[in-house]
Design a protein around this ligand. Structure first.
Ligand SMILES: [Cu+2]
Length: 171
């Protein structure tokens, strides 16, 4: 398995090298945007996974609307903003399509955007809103990173660095 995983790691690594100059994680971007992003992460996926999910907390300096998130084509075919409804009928569900069980009480739907209020942290988190990574080009391997660009109605695009993890970051 590790033999399979290795080229993916390299690919992601190369992507990060190419984008590294501009893809400062978190608030390091420091442009005039004032956007803050904390704890951007994506769930580690099994080798056969088709889709993945990414989460983050975003705060904007002025009322705005997050209308899209994009990831490199080397990571996934598309990134789609998803909202989860139907709640936590089954404990432990993370609101993620995962292994193809279409039976759960939780349903996810694509949303055209997410309204953000100035200075108010908005969390994409398991069980709630998330960025669906559709059509993974390879499994998301723990410890690897990839850039994701957040696009807003008003604010400038903002690049965050997403870390692949098994569990949500704490703190
Ligand atoms: Cu989803």
């Amino acid at each position: 398995m590790s033999r399979r995983a290795r080229p993916r790691v390299l690919l992601v690594g190369i992507a990060m090298l190419l984008l590294g100059a501009s893809a400062c994680g978190g608030r390091a971007g420091g442009e005039a945007t004032g956007v803050e992003v904390d704890g951007a992460w994506a769930r580690t996926t099994p080798p056969e996974a088709v889709d993945g999910a990414a989460y983050l907390t975003v705060t904007v300096p002025a009322d705005d609307r997050l209308v899209a998130a994009t990831v490199p084509g080397s990571v996934a075919t598309a990134a789609v903003l998803h909202a989860t409804t139907g709640g936590d009928a089954n404990g432990g569900g993370d609101g993620h399509h995962g292994g193809g069980g279409a039976s759960g009480a939780v349903t996810m739907a694509e949303v055209g955007g997410v309204d953000l209020r100035a200075g108010e942290a908005y969390a994409f988190a398991p069980g709630g809103s998330h960025v669906m990574l559709v059509g993974l080009r390879g499994p998301l391997v723990t410890g690897t990173r990839f850039p994701m660009v957040l696009e807003f109605t008003r604010g400038a695009p903002y690049t965050v660095r997403v870390t692949v993890r098994v569990n949500p970051p704490r703190g």
